[in-house]
Design a protein around this ligand. Structure first.
Ligand SMILES: Cc1cc2nc3c(=O)[nH]c(=O)nc-3n(C[C@H](O)[C@H](O)[C@H](O)COP(=O)(O)OP(=O)(O)OC[C@H]3O[C@@H](n4cnc5c(N)ncnc54)[C@H](O)[C@@H]3O)c2cc1C
Length: 496
């Protein structure tokens, strides 16, 4: 049992959450309050049990028929119900009935709710992200008949009606280097059949996955990839040919099933043909990267709250450890890291919302560059914060009675999935060199720095502009990470 002595006080004290929720309609504020009251205690306990009882794969039924079923502990199922049905992490944004009553629900609302939810449970936040990504891509790119079939399920308000999404991208050969993907797509007159091995499939029991595959005769590389929607059930009701080979034995996010799946002539609907398959998939990927950033700031907040709570109670050498200068310093660094990263992530989300709601070109360019920067920066900060928080709790922090051990395990994947740091740095370079995204980002940053009279920040903007002008030069690649770090630090500075 975790120490659940904290109540929702930490949420009332969360000045960043309070700041953004001030813009929310009252129905959204109520949802924030309701979820806040459940994190420490109910959700924590469900998460603890679900992570101690990870999902199990049942490949065959008693008669030896293939069922490829993932069995979850009831605690995980209850968290799913809370997240999908009660909190509405998907349907709030995607259900047309809700939006026709309340208007378009800005992305910030489900992301703020997700920030709360992920402070208790990181594993399930991944299927939430994947379901949103699947719904978002299908709503933009699928044919009407496919949209009508899938979207009401992905945005279902009742848990029993829900379909969850997944993303089959990574293969044994092609992880970061997606162009090496070997999965083939063959048209059979009725639909498409996919053949290949997907090496990391989170939410392995999902009812619908978006998968990259190369139609026969398409060229090598990412330009030859198409995007397909792979249902768990074929149109005739039989189990699709998605063979769940095994579940990964993971360091963290253990409540959630990540599997290896062999597509053995799996039935699929085409969503995008080459050369657009990968481009369309990056829309899901980029949204996932914002989810990753929200998960990371949730870790940062939780780590800070746990450390602060402990340090204000624990007495050592005659006073509370929080009052010892070195400990106070660590706590204020943890707080600053949470605050900076929160602002960074939600700033990118604001631009994403602007792009999606209005098609604003400047926001679209800014979020294009911010997404890789924000993803890797917040993820690495989250990992660092879990180390610091654990150390502040001392020996207790290392034990499973406290949330810090799981927090540390769960955070480690944040810099890896949805693209590793180096890959995201390269992506940021491409966004600058091919898509001219640096100019609008720096313009916005300069505007804010001018308002506060930050001359040193403005000088750094000039230096970075000169430095990043070299980004097309292959010799620059080795220095690119430092340049991207400095650029992100400048954005953060302008948001303070
Ligand atoms: C728990 C978990 C769940 C996952 N779930 C999913 C999922 O649902 N769907 C999915 O599609 N994938 C999923 N993944 C896969 C994940 O996205 C990949 O593992 C990740 O993108 C890295 O790819 P890779 O493992 O092939 O590593 P590699 O691509 O082999 O990279 C290894 C290292 O090489 C570095 N590197 C590679 N190329 C370069 C370069 N050009 N310059 C500098 N450095 C380079 C990388 O930065 C990295 O540090 C999951 C992974 C994990 C761990």
């Amino acid at each position: 049992m975790f120490d659940s002595s904290q109540n929702d006080r930490s949420f009332a004290e969360d000045s960043e959450l309070q700041r953004i929720r001030a813009e929310f309609p009252s129905w959204a504020e109520e949802r924030i309050d309701r979820l806040s009251g459940r994190i420490h205690g109910e959700l924590d306990e469900l998460a603890r049990v679900a992570n101690e009882n990870p999902p199990r794969l049942e490949r065959y039924d008693a008669r030896g028929e293939r069922i490829d079923r993932v069995d979850y502990h009831p605690a995980y199922r209850e968290m799913e119900r809370i997240a999908f049905e009660e909190t509405g992490l998907i349907w709030l944004h995607h259900d047309p009935a809700f939006t026709s009553e309340h208007g378009r629900v800005p992305r910030k609302v489900p992301f703020a709710l997700g920030y709360l939810f992920a402070q208790a449970e990181q594993g399930l936040y991944c299927p939430i992200c994947l379901t949103d990504g699947t719904a978002t891509v299908l709503s933009r790119h699928a044919e009407e008949s496919l949209r009508e079939k899938c979207l009401p399920r992905l945005a279902a308000r009742r848990y029993e009606d829900l379909w969850q999404g997944a993303m089959f991208l990574t293969e044994r050969e092609g992880g970061s280097d997606v162009g090496r993907s070997e999965t083939r797509a063959v048209e059979d007159g009725v639909g498409w059949r996919l053949h290949g091995l997907k090496w990391f499939c989170s939410n392995a029991s999902a009812e619908l996955a978006l998968a990259l595959a190369r139609p026969e005769g398409a060229p090598d590389g990412t330009g030859g990839l198409g995007l397909f929607a792979v249902p768990r059930w074929q149109p005739d009701g039989s189990l699709n040919e998605c063979h769940l080979l095994r579940l990964k034995d993971k360091l963290g996010t253990r409540s959630m099933a990540t599997g290896e799946i062999r597509l053995d002539g799996a039935f699929a609907y085409r969503v995008a043909s080459p050369p657009d398959g990968f481009r369309v998939m990056t829309e899901m990927l980029n949204l996932s990267r914002l989810y990753n950033a929200v998960a990371s700031v949730a870790v940062l907040r939780r780590a800070y709250v746990e450390a602060k709570e402990h340090a204000s109670r624990r007495i050592a050498f005659g006073k509370r450890i929080a009052d010892h200068p070195l400990c106070a310093r660590t706590l204020s660094e943890l707080e600053a890291s949470w605050r900076d990263n929160f602002r960074l992530a939600f700033h990118a989300i604001d631009h994403y919302e602007q792009m999606e709601a209005t098609g604003d070109e400047t926001s679209s360019q800014i979020v294009r560059l911010l997404t890789p920067l924000v993803k890797y920066t917040t993820a690495r900060a989250a990992v660092q914060a879990t180390l610091e928080a654990m150390e502040i709790l001392g020996g207790d922090g290392y034990c499973e009675n406290f949330v810090t051990a799981r927090l540390l395990r769960d955070a480690q994947v944040l810099p890896i999935w949805e693209g590793t740091t180096n890959i995201l740095v390269l992506d940021a370079l491409r966004a600058i060199s091919r898509e001219g995204t640096l100019t609008p980002l720096l313009e916005e940053v300069r505007e804010r720095l001018e308002k506060t009279g930050d001359d040193e920040g403005l000088a750094e903007a000039d230096r970075l502009e000169t430095l990043l002008a070299r980004c097309k030069d292959p010799a620059f690649e080795g220095e690119a990470r430092e340049a991207c770090d400095r650029l992100t630090a400048l954005v953060v500075r302008s948001l303070r």
